[in-house]
Design a protein around this ligand. Structure first.
Ligand code: GTP
Ligand code: MG
Length: 445
């Protein structure tokens, strides 16, 4: 069945998380929402008012009491999906919500599929595809800044930006095409220089959006900070200081940590995962060798590296070589400052609780450098892929214009760039695109 054809049914689903809770909310949406619900909720008035709440007892078809509930009613055209919708707030037991759903299905509804409520909101023009996807980002958000960005997108911030680019691109295309049509008469509807200027500015706007995906990924997936260094320098002690708990084993025996040990914190609204690794040294012990191998691969996966050394011993030639080989952002941190005579550079002592702030401050500075809060960032790989493609096409069109390539060819690139923009917004779509977007959703959303 085509996705669009499913819209004829009235659907129902549990919209709150499954399990026991104070209340559970069941959503019913579609042309027969009221009619179906009335089979259970006979207390509903003939003509309920939109955005009003009705209290009463749901009954089975055999007149058995199901639960005392509140029903919020949303008239067609005034709901999230755009269809007539009811939200039934019942007591939060899976047994109760399960029975209500079964009764609804026996009264003409069918169980909703993943994201089907949001899908209908999109199909009924209540939101564009970016906004629909932002709901998923919002529901899945873990970090406060990620939620803030998703909310911005739900309110249409990102869509507005892309719509503006789309509008200007259409304007440029129209003038370029007009120039082709009137070229015989030697007329130009807009000068090529002006069009090039305009297209170059659109290209730079798109480039900014595309590059913001780097920040978006940090918001979505968080940052990984890895503590590496030689054996016994205090990496595990510092991990414990950072996390505020005894997560990793600490001992005076070099080579204590064998496997990766990690923990998470939120810093500046971003999820940060700290990873402690096995100290690096020449070793014949096969298990220790495996641990050191893991340290190396953890290093490759990290966004920021804390290279720890023992201040009382100083940075050895071997350690200097290790630092030089690190390609990620790396901060060299001297530990055991309590035992050191000289304390230059970043220095801490794992036994001083106040030094935790020094370490967290380093991560905070790293995050602040991305200036995430000030701008609209891409959170979604689909948006990134399409905007990236659109940007490349626009860049190519600008290049062709500078080289004096025929306007027909330039128009081809621009039209393709425009199509990618329209796919991001969901102005152009097919079942495959929609399947890909909505399969990520949970049921009831
Ligand atoms: N004086 C002093 N001792 C420290 C400090 N930090 C750690 N130590 C001690 O140094 C020893 C090694 O600490 P760990 O945290 O296990 O060091 P590590 O780098 O994880 O060691 P490996 O896992 O073997 O690579 C322990 O005896 C710690 O108590 C510090 O700031 N000052
Ligand atoms: Mg250790």
């Amino acid at each position: 069945m085509r996705l669009g054809d499913r819209n004829l049914d009235t659907i129902c689903a549990l919209s709150t998380a499954s399990g026991h809770g104070g209340i559970a909310v069941i959503r019913v949406s579609g042309g027969k929402a009221l009619e179906s619900a009335r089979n259970l909720a006979r207390f509903l008035p003939e003509m309920p008012h939109s955005h009003q709440i009705y209290f009463g007892t749901l009954k089975t078809r055999d007149e058995e009491d199901l639960d005392e509930v509140l029903i919020s009613y949303f008239a067609k055209g005034m709901s999230f999906t755009g269809e007539e919708t009811l939200e039934i707030s019942c007591h939060g037991s899976p047994q109760i919500s399960g029975r209500i759903l079964r009764e609804l299905c026996a009264s003409g509804c069918r169980a909703a599929e993943r994201g089907e409520f949001t899908f209908r909101a999109f199909m009924n023009g209540n939101m564009d595809l970016i906004q629909a996807e932002s709901i998923l980002s919002l529901v899945q958000s873990e970090a406060p800044l990620q939620a803030a960005q998703a909310l911005k997108q739900l309110k249409g911030g990102l869509s507005e930006k892309i719509l503006k680019i789309e509008e200007q691109l259409i304007w440029c295309l129209a003038h370029l095409e007009a120039n082709i049509d009137f070229s015989q008469e030697g007329l130009q509807s807009a000068s090529s220089e002006m069009l090039l200027l305009q297209l170059a500015s659109l290209e730079s706007e798109l480039a900014d959006l595309v590059s913001s995906y780097k920040q978006g990924r940090i918001l979505r997936d968080g940052l990984t900070v890895t503590l590496v260094g030689a054996v016994n320098v205090g990496k595990s002690s510092l991990l414990n200081l950072i996390l505020g708990e005894k997560r990793a084993l600490v001992s005076e025996i070099p080579g204590t940590t064998r496997d990766l040990v990690d923990g998470e914190l939120f810093i500046s609204g971003v999820k940060v995962r700290f990873v402690d690794t096995a100290g690096v040294r020449e070793s014949q012990d096969p298990v220790e060798k495996l641990g050191i191998e893991r340290s190396r691969s953890a290093l490759a996966d990290s966004d920021l590296v804390f290279f720890i050394f023992d201040l009382s011993l100083g940075l050895s030639e071997n350690e200097k070589k290790m630092v030089a080989g690190i390609t990620q952002s790396c901060l060299v941190i001297g530990n055991k400052s309590d035992q050191a005579q000289i304390r230059d550079g970043i220095n801490v002592c794992a036994f001083h609780p106040e030094d935790r702030n020094i370490l967290l401050g380093l991560v905070e500075k790293h995050i602040d450098a991305f200036k995430i809060e000030d701008q609209s960032v891409l959170l979604n790989s689909r948006h990134f892929e399409l905007l990236n493609a659109s940007h490349h096409l626009l860049k190519q069109a600008c290049l062709e214009m500078r080289e004096g390539v025929s306007e027909d060819l330039i128009c081809l690139s621009l039209r393709e760039a425009l199509e990618r923009l329209q796919e991001v917004l969901g102005k152009r779509y097919d079942d495959e695109i929609l399947e890909r977007v909505f399969k990520e959703f949970c049921i009831g959303k």
